[in-house]
Design a protein around this ligand. Sequence first.
Ligand code: ADP
Length: 461
Amino acid sequence: MFLNRVNFKIALTFTLFTTLVSIILFSALSFLLTNYYKTEDYRQLNVRLATMEGQYKLSGINAITSVDVGEMIQYGKPYFIRVTKDKFQLALGPLEWQRIFDYELLNGKKNGELTKLSSSEVDYQLDVLTHILDDGSILQTGISDQHRTQVLSSLNRVFIILLIPLVIISLIFGVFYSSNTLKPVSDLTETIKGIIKTGKKRPDIRKYNNKNELSELIILFNTLFNKNENLIKGMKETLDNVSHDLRTPLTRIRGISEIALTNSNPEQWQEALSDIIEDIDIIIRILNALLDITAAESGVLKLKIKEFNLKTLLEKSIDLYNFIAEEKEISISLDYKIDREIVNADEEKIRQVVANLLDNAVKYTENGGNVTVTAEQTESDWVIHINDSGIGISQDEVGNIWRRLYRSTKSRTEPGLGLGLSMVQAIINSHGGKVEVKSELGEGSTFTTTLPFQISNIEET
Ligand code: ADP
């Protein structure tokens, strides 16, 4: 179980890698040292042979016999010498070596040959170099490789002693480092498990501030999760609202039909049928508006972008609502400040937007109030403000008014479906523009739509 965990596998790989690198480095060091010692020993043998040759040529065999065996140490290492000429043989050196090594094996060696002399009694060998003089005398000298092998085996021991803590430290460091790095992933896994098990909606992942790929993954997961949650919530609310809003006219249709069935008066049938048609119209309006909003939001709505006279459109819309406004003694005025009258957009959709906003402005303004429509421009956009002195919207509710079928508590006395502003927003967004509201309860509201003069990336039909 533990061995299967990713962080342990990473730590193990890291440890294996560290160990392998250490072994390779140590082998290289050991190889270089061995070579260095061998070359050094060979050089020392050559120096000795050259000295021996000089003395031998000068004083003959006496030069060799006069050597004090106790002083036969060079560079801190004991050595032996051997002279052979015809049947004559003389070997001087540590007495122990004379006993355990068979010098006879050195006979017949070639000039310059490096020979290894071994014995079953000891675990070291003698390196012997042979030099043959012109008169046939053979000079040989040898030293033991004990020092060299001792140094190298101590080095091996030190390496093995160091390797054990190195492996342990690498493993601990690897587990710690990989666990730390993979913490976001394990947190995410735990959270997902929790969500699956308990159905808990909020992922309980603490905030990851340091920016790396893994913490970014958590942040993205959180965002995605919240978006999905909001989407599901929105869909549930819409479904609840649609069911609620459809139930009212449908229940009414049922009631009217039941009464009509028990009644034999054709005049009352006629009245019932016209009431039913009215309710069916409401249902059709709700469904059509919902379909239009969905189409606009999902980008399926095809816009018929063409040039039209904005000033005329605003004037005609105001004329239309003046009828209702006059009943409430509300004045509607237009302040047109754009230096051109022709703009580019889907005329019918813009008419729908203006109509919805004007309808709300008049609907939610008390008798004797006023509504102002202002058209102005920025460098790249045309902007329409529809301002009213009406009931306004509370700060708690202002964020919700764009939601489908949402109606604020204060507006329930007025007729409406709660779909107008969703439609306005969907249409403006599909034109690449934006719609905003500024409102305070009891102080009136201003709805502002901003649309670009140049409409881009929109499929024209
Ligand atoms: P409806 O007007 O059919 O209820 P809308 O989508 O047009 O639906 O508006 C949603 C809600 O926003 C309204 O119910 C109302 O509470 C609020 N609202 C919209 N326009 C105004 C306005 N001009 N003044 C005050 N409240 C408004």
